[in-house]
Design a protein. Structure first.
Length: 273
């Protein structure tokens, strides 16, 4: 069975989800919409990823994971660059359900400063979360990738890092060149996710060259399937996107297929069964 390394849940409000610009996504998406027995939504085990930058979001996702066994882990948000980050992190890690917290991320792509990811306070916070056994999800646009390379080089060589949504490509040639450079840092994984949002409704044939470039750069041992559900549904159903990645991986060996579709995510995030 696949492991979806990137799934969102939310109680929709205009105030908290101003980044959502598609009416099809302006509603609640909850565990009851997916999981075993769901009529239409994804049924694969998953990692729940934050969609609001607040501590309450992380605690809420942990409560969802506690109540739904198919949510195998949580990538939350905490104020990584803040002075009080160490104490906030300690507080969250002391929660009874903190065992499901497998990583953190920050919406770097929305920061006004394109060099935010290189700020000393932010790097210091990332170093701290890594030292506490958490992974870090890198959420950026293609234009940020040169700074991502510098960021990775500022961290310990054994840091557990993953690039969300293939680095959100814009220009294929420049993105592929930058992706190759990121992939030279062998402690960075890459999520095969979010691609339809960036490429749009050009059809499956338009998606494959991007996945092929990611495979060429990272190899099968550092790619992981992710859906970005429910965002993906603005362009295609979960099952259709899953099939795009599954069919691509099926051309490889059984081991490599299983790695991309679930084993890599389970190992990287240290997911519980």
């Amino acid at each position: 069975m696949a492991v979806d390394s990137h799934r969102h849940f939310w109680h929709y409000t205009d105030e908290e989800f101003g980044w959502i610009d598609d009416d099809r996504l302006r509603r609640d998406f909850l565990p009851s919409d997916c999981g075993p027995g769901a009529a239409q939504g994804p049924s694969d085990p998953c990692v729940a990823v934050e969609a609001r930058q607040c501590v309450e979001e992380t605690k809420w996702l942990l409560s969802l994971a506690e109540g739904h066994s198919f949510i195998r882990g949580v990538v939350g948000w905490l104020p990584i660059a803040a002075e009080d980050f160490p104490s906030v992190l300690d507080e969250v890690l002391a929660l009874p359900n903190a065992g499901r917290l497998c990583g953190l991320r920050h919406v770097v792509q929305d920061e006004p400063d394109d060099a935010f990811i290189l700020r000393a306070d932010f790097v210091r916070g990332v170093r701290r979360l890594l030292s506490r056994g958490l992974a870090y999800d890198i959420l950026v646009f293609e234009r940020h990738l040169p700074n991502v390379i510098k960021f990775v080089d500022m961290l310990p060589a054994d840091s557990r890092l993953v690039l969300d949504h293939l680095g959100k490509p814009r220009d294929f040639a420049s993105w592929r060149r930058l992706l190759r450079e990121v992939a030279r840092r062998d402690n960075v994984m890459c999520k095969v996710s979010g691609l339809v949002t960036e490429v749009g409704d050009a059809g499956r044939e338009a998606l494959v060259p991007y996945i092929d470039a990611a495979l060429e750069s990272f190899g099968p041992d550092r790619l992981m399937f992710g859906s970005d559900w429910p965002v993906v549904t603005a362009h295609m159903p979960y099952g259709d996107w899953r099939k795009v990645v599954d069919d691509f991986a099926a051309q490889l060996s059984q081991y490599e297929h299983d790695a991309i579709m679930g084993d890599n995510a389970a190992g990287f995030y240290r997911l519980r069964g």
